[in-house]
Design a protein around this ligand. Sequence first.
Ligand code: GLP
Length: 262
Amino acid sequence: MEIIIQPSKQAASITAARVVARLVREKPRAVLGLATGSTPLPLYHELIRMHQEEGLDFSEVTSFNLDEYVGLEAKHEQSYHSFMWQNFFRHINIDPDRVYIPDGMTTNVVASCATYERAIVDAGGIDLQILGIGSDGHIGFNEPTSSFASRTRIKTLTQETVVDNARFFDDDESQVPRHCITMGIGTIMDARSNIMLAFGDGKAEAIAAMVEGPVAAMVPASILQHHQNAKVFIDDCAASQLKLADYYRWVYAGKPEWQQDA
Ligand code: GLP
């Protein structure tokens, strides 16, 4: 894992956006794995700016989102469909036919999840997966004890995640769906590269457990220690519980310029 600590979430997001942009420029038909939540918003903001001001072209990009709530229609304000169109897709030139998001309203969950997995394979596999982290260490909606071999499937949210996400539902926990469809940890690990973003004190414990703790199903994100190309972009606050923070800063400061967005 490469740990990139920046003074602010804006700085970290801009640095991460350069990695995404480099891929899209080098491989116009890149397959991106995308995440929701508040964390990737500044990254999407920067990619939108690059599209609008620098002509970053998404017309041949394919995207697969990590997850979706079960029982929310695509047009529901808090569905991840709405989130992605509101915050990213409608501002860039992505082809809607190349956008994939799990179907939270499917009547055949098993078949729908299998179709999703097949679509990823048919697209050539995910080149770069963007990830956030839950305060309990989840990635996508793979809650603690999720199998490291798991594929796209239905899951039940933990109470902690329901409480965390209630802020998007008028602070009313009863409105937060209990179930979701999420890419599995195995699906995420198949991506050729992973970019994790985390900001703020609230993520410091999860980041320390993920980066420096044992690899354990209790901290799903810790599996990224086994990924051959995983970068973790964090701000000083999210880095505050890392024992080797100074070492990670030293390593990054010494990186040759040509490698900075590689
Ligand atoms: C949700 C999403 C995750 C996301 C997490 C953190 O549970 N399923 O993909 O990483 O929230 O959200 P936030 O970025 O808002 O802290």
